[in-house]
Design a protein around this ligand. Structure first.
Ligand SMILES: [Cu+2]
Length: 64
């Protein structure tokens, strides 16, 4: 499991956009977005840096 702290997420649209961006990169990734905590958890064999880039490409800021 790879966890990111992401800012700018505030609704189900954000959840959908981030999930789709990660799935475009890794179709088999299991993605869990927690809006309340501002966390995105990804279960993927891809490198962390690439998953981070996918979230950033969706228009969000990854803080850690
Ligand atoms: Cu939103």
């Amino acid at each position: 499991m790879i966890e990111f702290k992401v800012s700018g997420m505030n609704c189900q649209h954000c959840v959908k956009v981030i999930t789709e961006s990660l799935h475009a990169f890794d179709a088999h990734a299991r993605v869990d977005v927690n809006l309340e905590r501002g966390h995105v958890t990804v279960d993927s064999t891809q490198p962390r840096a690439a998953l981070k880039a996918a979230i950033e490409d969706a228009g969000y800021t990854v803080n850690q």
